[in-house]
Every structure is written in structure tokens, then in C-alpha cells.
Design a protein around this ligand. Structure first.
Ligand SMILES: NC(=O)c1ccc[n+]([C@@H]2O[C@H](COP(=O)([O-])OP(=O)(O)OC[C@H]3O[C@@H](n4cnc5c(N)ncnc54)[C@H](OP(=O)(O)O)[C@@H]3O)[C@@H](O)[C@H]2O)c1
Length: 278
């Protein structure tokens, strides 16, 4: 049976992609620095930042779904001043370059790269790394696909949680349409096996909302209250922050429904108690 290698298969999107591949009866190998426990996939120990294990991980692979990334902002759930100046590129640029080259040697027939909507105008160093990685894929001799997605709900949840200590939240009013990883995974897996290649439809969530509204829904779901201060930003600034509306495919799960699943039994004061324990 054809073998699919998923990089980042232990991450938020990658985990959902692996679930769908396994559910469809496909043979899956997951590249991971620390192999996980699930027994329905093959595990390949490897590190994109050093190339360790990549050659072995690619043995016999037909399709690569590259969903690994290293984003300090997503990991810690907050933006720090350093993030405006630099972001490590070892995974997203050099790692992607090595993976492409070794995929070529291994005879991979489809290399699907997961990327981000609006990268061309985004200003953060992490976004510039992602754009550089994407350009390597587009320039490669391999049959490739690029799927761009809007920001994920889990990241929005983390970033808003990180603001919990602030009594007032400044929120840009520009609209965008974040999306759930479950919807992105459906689209990525469809693109991986539909026989097409190249630039694929981008995917975003079902609703175009501004951060004022998204933050309000968040506070309602967590039964917390902080003052929300709307901030008007220019269109250019909004685009630089990735606050744009995607074209292409729309996911189905709304932010409000995602929050209901994430915080099914939130009680008044609970968020405050959690935050005071931080
Ligand atoms: N988050 C968003 O809002 C968003 C929006 C649009 C597109 N995307 C894109 O979607 C993809 C998945 O994002 P995500 O947020 O789901 O990522 P994530 O949850 O942060 O997971 C990242 C994955 O990359 C792996 N990884 C990190 N460093 C590695 C290394 N040195 N070697 C091998 N694997 C390594 C991680 O493995 P470990 O378990 O070893 O750390 C993890 O499995 C990325 O391409 C991202 O750019 C994300």
C-alpha cells in the first residue's frame, strides 16, 4: 500500500491529518523528534533541524505531507518583542530544503506543503521563514502542492488566554476568518490524493469576524470579563498582521462552536482562578 509521511504529525494540524489518513485506511508514517504511542501508524524518529533520521523516514514514501513548523509564538502562546526581530529558521527553511532534496532522492511523487494565507504581505520574521520555505517548495523539481490556511482557533485561544492578566484588551477591528484544524485537515488530505498539483485553494473559517467580536465570544465562553478596546488599523497594517479574509474553501466549524467544545463547563471566576495561579 502507498505510504504517506506526515511531518509535524504530533502537532495540532498534523494530528488531525494523521487521524483522517488512518481513518481512510491509508498507510501512514509520522516523522517525530519523540515518537508517540499510537499503534496505528509507523513512527520515524527524526529532526528537521538537523536532518537526523530524514533519509530513513523517506524510504518507500509515495506522498509527503509537510505540516511541521517551529513557531515560538504558537508554542508559548504569546508575542514577545524578540518575535518582531527574529525567528529560528532551522525547521521551516533549512529543514524544508533538506526534506525536499531527500524526497527527490527517495522518489516521492507528491510533496504537499502546508502554509499560511497572506504570507506575501506579512511582516513577522516567522512569516518570512514560512514564505522562504514555501518558495523552496514552489521552486523544487518534485511534483508539489501548496495549501495555505488561515490562523487556527487553537492559536487564537492561546493568544487570548495570554492576555488574561490585562484588564483591557486592545483589539484591531480588521476582519479575518480563522479556522479549525479539523477543517484544514479535511482539505489537506483531499488535496493530497486528488491527483492535482501546484497552487491549491486556500482554506479559512466560515465567518469573517474582527478580533473585537472574536474576543467577546472568547470571554463569554470562559465566563470572564475584560474591557475590549477596538483599535482601527490601516488595511496595510492589517495585512501585515495577517488579518485578511481568505478566498477558496471555507471550513464549517465556527469559533463559537469550537469554544463550546473547548470550554464546555466554564464557570464564572474560573478563568480568574486559573490566571491567578499562573
Ligand atoms: N497555527 C496556525 O495558526 C497556522 C495557520 C496556518 C497555517 N499553519 C501551518 O500549519 C502547519 C501546522 O501548524 P500547527 O500550528 O498545527 O503546528 P504545531 O501544533 O506547533 O506542531 C508543529 C509540529 O512540528 C513538529 N516539529 C517542530 N520542530 C521539529 C523538528 N525540529 N523536527 C521535526 N518536527 C518538528 C512538532 O513536533 P514536536 O512534537 O517534536 O515539537 C509538531 O509536530 C504549519 O506548517 C504551520 O505553519 C499554522
Amino acid at each position: 500500500m502507498a505510504l504517506t509521511l506526515v511531518t509535524g504529525g504530533t502537532g495540532h494540524l498534523g494530528g488531525d491529518i494523521v487521524d483522517r489518513l488512518v481513518g481512510a485506511g491509508r498507510r501512514v508514517r509520522v516523522l517525530a523528534r519523540s515518537p508517540g504511542v499510537r499503534g496505528d501508524v509507523e513512527w520515524a524518529a527524526g529532526d528537521l533541524a538537523t536532518s537526523a533520521g530524514l533519509q530513513d523516514a523517506l524510504l518507500g514514501v509515495d506522498t509527503v505531507i509537510h505540516a511541521a513548523t517551529f513557531s515560538p509564538i504558537a508554542r508559548r502562546g504569546g508575542v514577545r518583542p524578540i518575535d518582531f526581530f527574529k525567528s529560528p529558521s532551522a525547521v521551516d527553511v533549512e529543514g524544508t530544503e533538506r526534506l525536499l532534496s531527500l524526497s527527490g532522492e527517495a522518489g516521492v511523487r507528491h510533496f504537499l506543503h502546508v502554509s499560511i494565507v497572506g504570507l506575501d504581505e506579512a511582516t513577522l520574521p516567522y512569516a518570512r521563514n514560512k514564505l522562504a520555505g514555501e518558495r523552496l517548495v514552489r521552486g523544487s523539481a518534485l511534483p508539489w502542492s501548496v495549501v495555505r490556511a488561515m490562523p487556527f482557533y487553537y492559536l487564537l485561544d492561546r493568544l487570548l488566554a495570554g492576555l488574561g492578566w490585562l484588564p483591557a484588551w486592545p483589539m484591531p477591528t480588521a476582519r479575518f476568518n480563522p479556522v479549525d484544524t479539523s477543517d484544514v485537515a479535511d482539505h489537506v488530505v483531499a488535496c493530497a490524493f486528488d491527483g492535482q498539483r501546484g497552487e491549491r485553494a486556500e482554506i479559512g473559517g466560515p465567518e469573517d469576524l474582527d478580533l473585537v467580536t472574536l474576543a467577546r465570544h472568547y470571554q463569554e465562553a470562559r465566563k470572564m470579563h475584560r474591557r475590549i478596546c477596538p483599535i482601527d488599523v490601516s488595511e496595510a497594517r492589517a495585512r501585515g498582521m495577517g488579518l485578511i479574509v481568505s478566498s477558496g474553501v471555507r471550513g464549517r466549524l465556527t469559533w463559537a462552536d469550537w469554544l463550546k467544545r473547548r470550554y464546555p463547563r466554564a464557570q464564572p471566576g474560573e478563568a480568574e482562578r486559573m490566571l491567578s495561579g499562573l
